[in-house]
Ligand binder design. Structure first.
Ligand code: PRP
Length: 481
């Protein structure tokens, strides 16, 4: 069995036409995968590109493979046919037994026998792979490999074109913004994301994660939940996987009535896969998250008023004094650097430091705000003095998702302080996405939109001497616009 030169020629001609078409990256790659698999008489093909940090492979397009196989879990570059990314063509005779296969069990279940992996190289650097799959064990001819290497070259051009397109789009958005505002923002660093989101809210969430430099994979794994004999009767595919946090996130923003069903599936998933860490972000959680940055329907709401006082001035002062006593005791005999992130922390920082009985210095940092425009978080004001070898206490007004603190702690740890701890006035644990260590906590705050004592809503309310809950009219349940 083998393909003729004519077959390769026609397939390459067709693939070149796809590469030059105005179709989306996903559709181009699906078509290329189909032509490539057909030309080498294989059962399936998958085109993969590397994620921005070069740790995982993301499916750009596929043909002839089941959803379960495609979503069997994140493909780790070090565990899944690792040699391909060193620029080598890799042949796996039996995918069910070869140790270079990351999910041999699923290959067995899905009837995959042989795999041929071809690197996609850009000026000598691997940027992705083509994988060819067969149900029957088979060898590939030199002509097959040579054909697929040519397809890989075309894929490199396709990826480059998509990246350029993305960059130009970003650039256009930034220039458009510049025209509208005098605030000049730097050009974003582009990353190729061949993801087609099922819903705009997922794209919004991905942008938010990108802003905080949190790696994400979109729908990398489907979890079978129910079987009918040997056949899978029900599956669940969480929207996101955040590899660094080993966390799956499922967004439910549209049909609230589906929430009960989703909760049922989640319970089942937790029973069957107790090792899997998953969070459900419901519509309100998500809208509040966007509103925090002034986005989404809640973000556009008119600033009206505060509904009720949550922590009075006196209560805050009492709690701050207690925190200061604990901190002074723990750092007795040592010099401490307090670091706050502007602007929300100002009231808390001022009160806390006045109550400390140990010698302290203080410093402030500021970071850029989420703009939903493909930028990543930037430190816009860095520390005045070095913290290397110093005892550092990060002071925060509120820890919500934990994304700000996670970013800042990573930044500060790189400066090798003698110790690094965190003190926050408010801990909104219900909304945590990243588990950041908190050493001193003022109040466990309920999942409400809080303002005052430094905390703002669209720049307002920071001057209130108490912490209050924003009027429910501003955060009531509305349909995404
Ligand atoms: C607030 C707060 C924290 C951050 C916590 O800052 O001061 O730094 O949010 O949220 P997270 O845990 O979800 O990252 P904000 O961005 O509102 O800016 P501000 O301090 O200037 O008000």
């Amino acid at each position: 069995m083998g393909s003729s030169r004519g077959t390769y020629y026609s397939a390459l001609k067709q693939i070149n036409r796809f590469a030059n078409s105005p179709l989306s990256l996903r559709r181009v790659c699906n078509s290329v995968a189909k032509s490539a698999a057909t030309a080498v008489q294989a059962n399936g093909c998958r085109i993969l590109c590397l994620n921005p940090r070069k740790e995982y492979l993301i499916t750009s397009g596929a043909y002839g493979l089941s959803d379960l196989y495609l979503k069997k879990g994140p493909l780790d570059v070090h565990r899944s046919l690792p040699d391909i990314l060193d620029g080598k063509v890799v042949f796996i005779a039996d995918a069910t037994k070869d140790r270079r296969v990351q999910y041999p069990q699923i290959a067995r279940e899905q009837g995959i026998s042989s795999i041929l992996g071809i690197p996609i190289l850009d000026r000598g650097d691997a940027i992705g792979e083509i994988r060819i799959y067969t149900r029957e064990p088979r060898q590939f001819s030199e002509a097959d490999k040579s054909f697929l290497l040519s397809v890989a070259d075309i894929c490199a051009v396709i990826f480059e074109g998509a990246e350029l397109h993305q960059l130009l789009e970003q650039d256009y958005k930034v220039s458009d913004k510049r025209r509208k505002s005098s605030r000049v923002s730097p050009l974003p660093t582009t990353t190729l994301r061949p993801t087609t989101f099922a819903h705009p809210s997922e794209e919004d969430f991905a942008k938010l994660l990108d802003f905080y430099c949190i790696e994400w994979l979109y729908e990398p794994r489907s979890f079978p939940l129910r079987w009918d004999g040997d056949k899978i009767a029900e599956m669940f595919t969480p929207d996101f996987y955040l590899p660094e946090l080993d966390l799956y996130v499922e967004l439910t923003t549209l049909k609230q009535n589906l929430l009960t069903e989703k909760n049922r599936k989640l319970r089942r998933l937790r029973e069957l896969y107790p090792e899997v860490n998953i969070r459900l972000l419901n519509k309100n959680d998500f809208l509040k998250l966007l509103a925090k940055y002034g986005y989404g329907p809640l973000g556009e709401a008119k600033v009206e008023g505060v509904d009720r006082v949550l922590y009075s001035h006196a209560k805050i002062q009492r709690r701050v004094r207690t925190l200061a006593r604990h901190i002074s005791r723990d750092y007795a005999g040592q010099q401490l650097v307090l670091i706050g992130i502007l602007k929300g922390v100002v009231c808390f920082m001022a009160d806390l430091m006045q109550n400390l009985s140990i010698p302290v210095t203080m410093d402030f940092m500021a970071i850029s705000y989420y703009g939903g425009d493909g930028q990543v978080v930037k430190i816009t004001r860095d520390l005045d003095s070095s913290i290397t070898g110093q005892h550092v206490l990060m002071v925060e007004d509120i820890v919500d998702t934990g994304m700000t603190l996670n970013y800042i702690l990573n930044h500060l740890s790189a400066h090798n302080p003698a110790s690094l701890r965190v003190c926050t006035l408010l801990d909104k644990r219900a909304r945590r996405l990243i588990n950041v260590p908190l050493n001193y906590i003022g109040f466990d705050v309920p999942d409400e939109f809080v303002v005052g004592y430094g905390l703002d809503y669209k720049g307002q309310y920071r001057n209130l001497p108490f912490v209050g809950i924003l009027h429910p009219e501003l955060i009531k349940d509305r349909k995404p616009g």
